[in-house]
Design a protein around this ligand. Structure first.
Ligand SMILES: NC(=O)C1=CN([C@@H]2O[C@H](COP(=O)(O)OP(=O)(O)OC[C@H]3O[C@@H](n4cnc5c(N)ncnc54)[C@H](OP(=O)(O)O)[C@@H]3O)[C@@H](O)[C@H]2O)C=CC1
Ligand SMILES: CC1=C(/C=C/C(C)=C/C=C/C(C)=C/C=O)C(C)(C)CCC1
Length: 331
């Protein structure tokens, strides 16, 4: 009996320490999940497009839009993946007005085809969510020869949005939502080497594309003044999605094992779930109080400041003019 009591006394501090660490980790996790969009809205009769809606933040966004009754088009690059996700969303929400469509943002032809077909199928569009994104890509080029981060995250969405502006204006009040990132704070638009041909760094290229997202948002907001179409950008926060798939952590079986057994449990407390990562997107897309708010940037369901580089209006105009040429938009 005495041995048992002594044993229990010796392990009690270990249990206590684990318990305290657990409680702290749990509180940190609760805090790190960030702001939530809690307003109940009915989106029946609204039509939305979500790019990259088959996984991660995009899938959670589609799920919630569908739950609220919207007709949702999932614009994605992989036919099988998007159809699988669509079925799951229809099953879970009971909303059969969710459609999967092919749209590869690294191909201008594919984007044009998607937009043309969408306009044949629907006469209105109330919410366009530019969510798809690539991160930490090795140096690769899009079909038209643009650096992949710039091409997919910025140029592809630039073309898509411009092709849909007519239908958005006809459907006003309507919204464009641009999923950017705090990474824009480290971004710089390299006017003399926009495709990072002279020097390539995965992080630098991603940050440039996210800065481009915000410059685009602010310039488009100016151009849309008085039309009833708003455009806002947002930072979703760090969420545990497939975004880091190209990083070394996910490249080999051994690295994946280390991620699952050490890194993921360690980071569990500080990363948002995909559902919580989608909250600011939903806020920007749905909050009735934002109907007339445009050209802004949100984080955790609230206004947030952007980096000085994102306030450079001349750069925004330069980027717009170049993007029209890159995306071959006839003026
Ligand atoms: N998760 C995070 O911590 C953060 C994410 N963000 C931003 O959030 C957005 C969503 O990312 P997240 O959900 O995390 O990442 P995921 O990798 O989980 O999802 C990205 C989506 O983009 C799609 N996509 C990639 N390339 C293309 C393309 N050429 N054409 C069409 N679709 C494409 C992917 O399709 P497929 O499945 O076929 O590959 C996928 O559906 C991105 O813009 C990202 O930059 C910003 C800050 C932090
Ligand atoms: C899940 C997971 C990871 C995920 C990292 C993510 C999700 C990073 C996203 C960063 C972005 C996109 C920032 C800016 O926009 C790590 C740390 C690689 C390894 C451990 C497991």
């Amino acid at each position: 009996m005495e041995i048992v009591i002594r044993f229990l006394q010796s392990i009690a501090p270990v249990f206590l320490a684990h318990g305290i660490v657990g409680i702290i980790a749990f509180c940190v996790r609760l805090y790190m999940q960030g702001g939530k969009f809690r307003k109940q809205t009915d989106e029946t009769g609204k039509v939305a497009i979500v790019t990259g809606g088959n996984t991660g933040l995009g899938k959670e966004t589609v799920m919630e839009l569908a739950r609220r009754g919207a007709t949702v088009y999932m614009a994605c690059r992989n036919k099988e993946k998007v159809e699988r996700a669509r079925r799951e969303i229809v099953k879970e929400t009971g909303n059969s007005n969710v459609f999967s469509r092919e749209c590869d943002l690294s191909s201008l032809d594919s984007i044009r085809k998607f937009a043309e077909n969408f306009k044949k199928e629907q006469r209105v569009l109330h919410i366009l969510i530019n969510n798809a994104g690539v991160f930490w890509e090795p140096h690769r080029l899009t079909k038209e020869g643009f650096e992949m981060h710039l091409g997919v995250n910025h140029i592809g969405h630039f073309l898509l949005t411009n092709l849909l502006l007519g239908v958005l204006e006809r459907s006003a009040p309507s919204r464009v939502v641009v999923v950017a990132s705090r990474a824009h704070e480290r971004g710089q638009i390299k006017v003399d080497d926009i495709n990072s041909s002279d020097f390539y760094d995965e992080g630098v290229a991603y940050c440039q594309s996210k800065l481009a997202n915000i410059l685009f948002t602010r310039e488009l907001a100016k151009r849309l003044e008085g039309t009833g179409v708003t455009v806002n950008a947002l930072n979703p926060g760090i969420a545990d999605t497939e975004i880091a798939r190209n990083m070394i952590f996910f490249q080999t079986k051994f690295a994946q094992y280390v991620v699952e057994t050490i890194l993921r449990p360690l980071l569990w407390a500080v990363m948002k779930t995909p559902k919580n990562g989608a909250q600011t997107t939903l806020y920007a897309a749905l909050d009735p109080d934002l109907e007339r708010v445009s050209g802004q940037y949100f984080s955790d369901c609230a206004l947030a400041p952007v980096a000085p580089a994102a306030l450079d209006d001349q750069m925004a105009q330069w980027l717009w003019a170049q993007s029209e040429k890159w995306a071959k938009i006839a003026l």
